[in-house]
Structure formats: structure tokens, C-alpha cells
Design a binder for this molecule. Structure first.
Ligand code: NAD
Length: 520
């Protein structure tokens, strides 16, 4: 193990020799297959992780159910106090955990630290929420009666997460789930096991100090089969799934077929629209970040750029300049803006997309291939997955083309020119996905159209703000094939409880509703 990797792992109490346990249900273990965690910047094997065997998964689910029956009786504000301590413990390791995200996922360190900050923020939010998860009292039509809407804990929440946000997505779910009195079982991406082990280690310590069963925040690393076992389990009333549309479709159907609840946070295919009155000084760097931040692997990354004819040439010229100035580097180094893509599979996705652009004779303004070793100054990065962010203008802007319809999870930005805002809004909405979108304008009339009934149909609709980089306060999620799920702020917590409508009769008579007469 390189010394920089060893230092990052040790700072988070992850063993640097021998195989690492990838299962936590109150105890650390792992008798299943071994997976290797690979550093995308160097190709180095960071650790061999012992994942969950089917038997361990079964046991972990049982322990999560038991932990839930304990935890649901802990008063909500006390659960909030535990979340406050989790917040403090995470904040104390903000930089170390941010570095691990950068090391294992490949995003640049400032984005890794930002992810931890998001977890800290949602814990703050959930601490407050623990005193505000209010039900309602409703006027009854019957004398001496009251109707209460009561939120109670739900049970075990299964959290299945994607590789690109290996910490924050779990944070959004864990914080709301714990505030609501549930136990959580986490199945992270098979390629980011160390991030999940580090986070679970931090949380387990806080739970232990408070005498709370560790299985309240359990972890089962593993492959798709481990995910499928959670999805199929009738002991998991709510499955919160973040990942691709392909897998989301399977997860949604399976959970629905057993009448469970599901939150789906799936792929995005996000557009930015630039009007002629936009402030290009703001728009160019923001759209650049949207397209190449996390090397184009955010669900909210900008994938489609629609430019008004009046500013299209100037905008593309400016954007091309920043693209060509960009150099890849070590994501752990402060000045790096472009790290690697996550895996060999990501390289394949990138290469297919770029090849398709070449096949259809698109005008490629920047990028178009992997970086050669000669383009990367630091020799320790020569085994890394570095690709040139690609900026292209395909000949056809027809939104029905496969190119515009599909999410390419890599740094590839396709551009087209429009004449009227209505046309661009039509293109924005003409794709299956509906996660994020962004309009750049100074004209309030455009804003009205954009956020109104005939405007953008995505879950996140921004104005003079890029498509990526949401705050935790609002509910986060997308519409259409993005899955309609909402997580984090807003009213998202209401999905993590079961609601009861309780009619209570305080009177000496038992009248029926709607005046129904059933005298005997
Ligand atoms: P993925 O769908 O391949 O995997 C996601 C998770 O599902 C992993 O933990 C995986 O092991 C598990 N899984 C795979 N097959 C399964 C099955 N049959 N049953 C149960 N679980 C199974 O996604 P990925 O490649 O890790 O992530 C990239 C995708 O995630 C992109 O499409 C991206 O847009 C999306 N994403 C969406 C959001 C959002 O909030 N909308 C956030 C982050 C990522």
C-alpha cells in the first residue's frame, strides 16, 4: 500500500494490512466474497474487503429488525441528540473522510469534503426535525370526536447507493431514517466499500457510547445479489435506491410487487439553457463545473447545453478555451480540477459515447479520447482512469436521437443551438429523465415561463445556477424516469414514517360518519 493511501485509511481506523471486514450488524465480520477496492487515480488496490455471505445478510436483516423494535421507543428528541453526536463525530473527520472519498471514488478533494459537509448538514437538519415531526389534529364531523394524523416509525429502511456519492446519499437517508425512529441497513456500491466502512465505524462508535444497538445503522457490502436480497425482503418496508435507471426499474417493480415503499433516485440527463441576455461571466464557469465536476459523474451533471443563436458562437469559444486549458491531476491535490473517472467500466462508457459522436460526424470542440500517459505529469497517476472531457456539437438537435435521450455517465457535453426559449424548453423536456435543469437569463419573463406550468419538467429547476450542487434544505430528486423520489430536506421525512389516521371518540355515543343510521 502506498504511504499516502495508508495514511488516509489509518486516520479513519481502517486496517492497512490483511483483509477488511465489510459487514457490521453490531459486530464487524465478513465471510462472503472478497472485493478489491481500487484507487481510480493510480490503479492501486487499496484493500481487500470481505463482503457479506448470504447467511450474514440474513442475520443482519434480523438484527436490524430487533434494533428497530428497541429504537422506535427512544423518544424522538433523544434520537436527535444521537444524531447531533454523529454530526460532531463526522465533522471531526471531515478532511480525512473527504480524502478517502477522493482516494476511492476519484472526485477532487474539495468535492469529497463537500460530500461529508452534506452529511453534517443533513444531521443538523435532522436534529431539528427530531422535535418537529408533527402530526395533525383534524376537526371531526361527529360530536365528542377528534381525528389525529400520527407519524410512527416504519421499521427497517434499506439504503442502496451508487458509487458516485459514496457518503452523502447514505447521509440523507440515515439522518431522516434515524430521526424517524427506524433502523437502517446500507448496501453501498461494490466499488466504494471503504467509504461505507469508514462512515459506519464513526457512527457505530456513537451508537455504542449511547447504548444503542449497532444494527440501528447496519452495513452489508456486497454485489448485486446482496442488493437484491434487501430489495426482496419483506422485513424491509422501505427501500431507498440510488443508481441507474436500469437497476431502478427492477428495484421499483420488485418492491412494488411485495407492496413495500420505494424511493427511487435514478439517472439524470440534465440540460442548461443560455439566453442571449445571460451573464456569460457567470454562465461559462458554472456550466463548465456542471459538465466536468466529479469528472461528469454526478447524477445532476450537465449533459446537454442549449445555446441561443445570438450568443452560441461566443459561448462555445469561451467554453472551448476553458476545456482546452484543463489538465488532469491527482484529485487529492488542491489545485486539481479534473480527477479520473471512477473505473474501467466508466472508461468504456466514455469511449462508446465519444466513438458514437465520431460516427455521426459531430463537431468535437474539445476532448475526444483518453489521456495518454505523456499528458499526465505525475508518474504515479499513469495507471489511472483519466479521460479528456469532451465538448461536442452533434449535427442534429432532434431530441428523439438516442444521443440526447440517454444519460452518458462520463464527462461528455453535447450542445445545440436554438432560436426561441419555447423550443429549448421543449428539448429540455423531451427526454425520459427529469432530474435537474438550469436557465441562464436576466429577464424575469423567461424565469416565469421556466418555472411555471409550461416550463421545465425536472425535479430541480434552477435559474442562473448550474444543474449540479444542490443544498440539503429542499427535497432532492427527479421526475419521470429519474424515479419521482425525494430525499433530504422539504417534506422528504414524511416517507420514512407510517401514517395513521386515528379517530378517537371521547363521548358517550357512537355515531357513524356521514349520518349513516344503523340503529339496532
Ligand atoms: P447501479 O445502478 O449500477 O448501482 C447502484 C446500486 O445498486 C449498487 O449498490 C449496486 O450494487 C446495486 N444493484 C445492482 N443491481 C442490483 C439489483 N439487481 N438489485 C438490487 N441492487 C442492485 O448505479 P451506479 O453505476 O453505481 O451509479 C450511477 C447511476 O446512479 C447513474 O445513473 C446516476 O445518475 C445515478 N445516481 C442518481 C442519483 C440521484 O439522486 N438521482 C444520485 C447518484 C447517482
Amino acid at each position: 500500500l502506498s504511504s499516502r493511501a495508508a495514511n488516509i485509511l489509518s486516520a479513519l481506523d481502517i486496517p492497512t494490512t490483511g483483509d477488511v471486514n465489510g459487514v457490521y450488524d453490531g459486530e464487524w465480520k465478513g465471510a462472503g466474497d472478497i472485493v478489491e477496492s481500487i484507487c481510480p487515480s493510480t490503479g492501486e488496490v487499496l484493500a481487500r474487503v470481505k463482503t457479506a455471505s448470504p447467511e450474514e445478510l440474513h442475520v443482519a436483516l434480523g438484527k436490524a429488525s430487533d434494533a428497530y423494535t428497541f429504537f422506535r421507543n427512544v423518544p424522538a428528541p433523544q434520537r436527535g441528540e444521537i444524531l447531533r453526536q454523529i454530526r460532531e463525530a463526522l465533522a471531526a473527520k471531515r478532511s480525512e473522510l473527504g480524502a478517502l472519498i477522493s482516494l476511492e471514488m476519484g472526485k477532487i478533494k474539495t468535492e469529497g469534503v463537500g460530500e461529508v459537509q452534506e452529511f453534517v448538514d443533513i444531521c443538523d437538519y435532522a436534529v431539528g426535525l427530531s422535535r418537529m415531526m408533527n402530526g395533525r389534529v383534524i376537526a371531526s364531523e361527529r360530536p365528542g370526536h377528534s381525528i389525529l394524523e400520527v407519524p410512527n416509525p416504519l421499521g427497517v429502511v434499506g439504503v442502496l447507493s451508487a458509487f458516485n456519492f459514496p457518503v452523502a446519499v447514505y447521509g440523507w437517508n440515515l439522518a431522516l431514517s434515524l430521526a424517524a425512529g427506524n433502523a437502517t441497513i446500507w448496501k453501498p456500491s461494490p466499488t466504494t466499500p471503504l467509504c461505507s466502512i469508514a462512515v459506519t465505524t464513526i457512527i457505530a462508535r456513537v451508537l455504542e457510547q449511547n447504548g444503542i444497538p449497532g444494527a440501528v445503522a447496519g452495513l452489508v457490502t456486497g454485489d448485486n445479489n446482496a442488493g437484491a436480497a434487501i430489495v426482496e425482503s419483506r422485513d424491509v418496508p422501505l427501500v431507498s435506491f440510488t443508481g441507474s435507471e436500469r437497476v431502478g426499474r427492477i428495484v421499483g417493480k420488485t418492491v412494488q410487487s411485495r407492496f413495500g415503499k420505494v424511493i427511487l433516485e435514478l439517472g439524470g440527463n440534465n440540460a442548461a439553457i443560455v439566453m442571449p441576455d445571460a451573464d456569460l461571466k457567470m454562465a461559462v464557469p458554472s456550466i463548465f463545473f456542471g459538465a466536468i465536476g466529479t469528472a461528469g459523474q454526478r447524477c445532476t451533471s450537465t449533459r446537454r447545453l442549449y445555446l441561443h443563436r445570438q450568443i452560441a458562437d461566443e459561448f462555445l469559444e469561451r467554453l472551448q478555451k476553458v476545456y482546452t486549458r484543463l489538465t488532469p491531476g491527482d484529485p487529492l491535490e488542491e489545485k486539481t480540477l479534473l480527477g479520473p473517472v471512477h473505473s474501467a467500466a466508466s472508461i468504456g462508457i466514455y469511449e462508446n459515447a465519444v466513438q458514437h459522436l465520431k460516427d455521426i460526424d459531430a463537431n468535437i470542440l474539445a476532448g475526444g479520447s483518453r489521456y495518454a500517459a505523456a499528458d499526465i505529469s505525475a508518474s504515479h497517476l499513469h495507471g489511472g482512469y483519466f479521460v479528456q472531457p469532451t465538448l461536442a456539437v452533434p449535427k442534429s438537435a432532434d431530441p428523439a436521437d438516442a444521443l440526447w435521450q440517454t444519460e452518458t455517465f462520463a464527462p461528455v457535453l453535447n450542445c445545440a443551438v436554438f432560436d426561441e426559449l419555447e423550443e429549448a424548453i421543449g428539448w429540455n423536456n423531451a427526454v425520459p429523465q427529469g432530474l435537474s435543469s438550469s436557465l441562464w437569463t436576466r429577464d424575469v419573463r423567461n424565469v416565469g415561463k421556466w418555472i411555471g406550468p409550461g416550463g421545465s419538467d425536472t425535479g430541480i429547476v434552477n435559474v442562473n445556477v448550474g444543474t449540479s450542487g444542490a443544498e440539503i434544505g429542499a427535497a432532492f430528486g427527479g421526475n419521470k424516469s429519474t424515479g419521482w423520489g425525494r430525499e433530504s430536506g422539504g417534506d422528504a421525512w414524511k416517507q420514512y414514517v407510517r401514517w395513521s389516521a386515528c379517530t378517537v371518540n371521547f363521548s358517550d355515543a357512537a355515531p357513524l360518519a356521514q349520518g349513516v343510521d344503523f340503529s339496532v
